[in-house]
Design a protein around this ligand. Structure first.
Ligand code: KIV
Length: 273
């Protein structure tokens, strides 16, 4: 039974074991191992440099947290565009390391790729609107669908991806009316990021939520500033080490009574003594 219309779907990214544990305990519906890990975790300039190896390693780490949430992994740039066989082989790799589904960026032109992977047994989440893997072709990371022509193209993209068998569709950084129209027209849940409230759910990047992103997008909301909390904790540790306050007596242990004398004898007595 579809969740559409019953409750808002809450999606957040995670890229490692401890984060996945915390995110899952918070009760989200879907954990996305996004290729945003290129920027958030690996310090890369964009998602274009993210490889299958990167994605598989991080997906496996998240899977080891055994989340209750559905685990979706992003298929990285270059992993599904070349031909159907390679796309299927790569999609299968994600299920082998513990993902429940994959996400593919792209509109109508990738409908057949989505259809083929779904037919092969791998559930697919679509991703339309701003598709960062195509930022060079799209003219940067910009708000999409502000004109009727561009908006109509995005609506068609979403309908084709839904028709191809995607179980859900991410709509990124479109004018809010476009996301609302898609949400009305497709039977599967839409998950928005930067595309307004009239969607079936929302997704945010973990590092944006917790204040660990160097360049958060304008639509992200920061709920805590972990960067400052971490910096202050590490600065305190540094100062305690430098001043001798750390480690305290409760954090180190002594030898058994009399054993130090025996050790010193062993170490410093000459054999003839
Ligand atoms: O890579 C990612 O984190 C994403 C989300 C922004 C939807 O694709």
């Amino acid at each position: 039974m579809s969740i559409k219309g019953k409750k808002k779907v809450v999606v957040v990214t995670a890229y490692d074991y401890p984060t996945a544990k915390a995110v899952d305990e918070a009760g989200v519906d879907i954990i996305l191992v996004g290729d945003s890990l290129g920027m958030t975790v690996l310090g890369l300039p964009s998602t274009l440099q993210v490889t299958m190896d990167d994605m598989l390693r991080h997906t496996a780490a998240v899977a080891r947290a055994e989340p209750k949430a559905l685990l979706v992994a992003d298929m990285p740039f270059g992993s599904f565009e070349i031909d159907d066989k390679e796309a299927m082989r790569n999609a299968v790799e994600f299920l082998r390391v513990g993902a429940d589904a994959v996400k593919i960026e792209g509109g109508s032109e990738y409908a057949d790729v989505v259809r083929n992977i779904v037919r092969g047994g791998v559930p697919v989440m679509g991703h339309v609107g701003l598709t960062p893997q195509m930022h060079k072709r799209l003219g940067g990371y910009r708000l999409m669908g502000r004109t009727a022509e561009e908006a109509a193209g995005i609506v068609r993209d979403a309908e084709d991806i839904a028709e191809a068998g995607a179980f859900s569709i991410v709509i990124e950084y479109t004018a809010s009316e476009v996301a609302a129209e898609i949400t009305k027209r497709v039977a599967v849940p839409t998950i928005c990021i930067g595309s307004g409230p009239n969607c079936d759910g929302q997704v945010l990047v973990f590092h944006d939520i917790v204040g660990l992103s160097a360049n958060p997008p304008p639509f992200a909301k920061q709920y805590v500033n972990l960067h400052d909390i971490i910096r202050d904790a590490i600065a305190k540790y540094r100062s305690e080490v430098e001043s001798g306050l750390f480690p305290e007596k409760s954090r180190y242990w002594k030898m058994k009574e009399g054993e130090l004398d025996r050790l010193l004898k062993m170490l410093y007595s000459r054999p003839e003594d």
